[in-house]
Design a protein around this ligand. Structure first.
Ligand code: PGA
Length: 259
């Protein structure tokens, strides 16, 4: 949706995505009901996505209807096969997902996922008709060493497949040291990195790169969302902990600049 001319100079409707990680039993559907009821009463000026654990994709989708999109948190590159415990992009789609996250730093860190694997998972998501959020971001040691742009450049070059457009994917820039820690980069640092990512995307994809959403993720909460979402080239947020409670998630949604 290009050319909306948002007041902050952004061209596109923002995306606020909740990543529940390994949290949520069926009781958590109450939070989804509360989010959906509030957004029905007062429609958001942003697109809203919830990525619950795979066990809740169907139930969340049933609650969410057309008000909130539902996504997975990971997928296997293959459509089916002997891969115990894994989930195929086709299964996510079959359960009602329209998105999946890939390459989250927790997958990279705890499951040894490489950039090449993340690219293969992105292609799998596309094969199944899903839009894909590809996560990138440096560790604290990499930032202290001044290597954050080099790390992000490598991840963009190798995790992001050819054929990427605003209609099949988004980037989430999530500095690993900001995830779940309550620490965030300064708004200037976020702006600098998002501008850098934008430049890399435009160099590689031309006009398509200009339109790709670049979400910020890492300790986004109701208190800092307004400032972060106003930063140039921030196309939305990937929210972990603060997406688990309807009141906090709604406050973040409400903090987005109006379309
Ligand atoms: P956080 O997680 O908001 O809890 O820091 C963000 C993420 O990991 O996507």
């Amino acid at each position: 949706m290009i050319g909306r001319g948002l007041p902050n100079g952004k061209e596109m409707r923002l995306l606020i995505a909740g990543n529940w990680k390994m949290n949520g039993l069926s009781g958590a559907l109450d939070e989804v009901r509360a989010v959906v009821a509030a957004l029905k009463a007062c429609p958001a000026s942003v697109d809203v996505l919830i990525c619950p654990p795979a066990t809740l994709i169907g139930p969340v989708g049933a609650e969410a209807g057309a008000t909130v999109a539902v996504g997975g948190q990971d997928c296997h590159p293959k459509p089916s096969g002997a891969f115990t415990g894994d989930i195929a992009a086709e299964m996510l789609r079959d359960a009602g997902a329209s998105w999946t996250i890939v390459g989250h730093s927790e997958r990279r860190q705890y499951h040894g996922e490489t950039d090449e694997l993340v690219a293969a998972k992105t292609l799998a998501g596309w094969r199944a008709g899903l839009k894909v959020i590809i996560c990138i971001g440096e560790t604290e040691a990499e930032r202290v060493a001044g290597r954050e742009e080099a790390v992000v450049d490598r991840q963009l070059a190798t995790s992001v497949p050819d054929g990427s457009t605003a209609s099949n994917m988004a980037i989430a820039y999530e500095p690993v040291w900001a995830i779940g820690t309550g620490r965030t980069p300064t708004n200037d640092d976020i702006g600098r990195m998002h501008a850098h990512i934008r430049a890399v995307l435009v160099k590689r994809f031309g006009a398509a790169g200009q339109a790709i959403d670049i979400l910020y993720g890492g300790s986004v909460n109701p208190r800092n969302a307004c400032e972060i979402l106003a930063v140039k080239d921030v196309g939305g947020a990937l929210v972990g902990g603060a997406s688990l409670k309807a009141a906090d998630f709604l406050a973040i949604i409400g903090a987005a600049p109006a379309a």
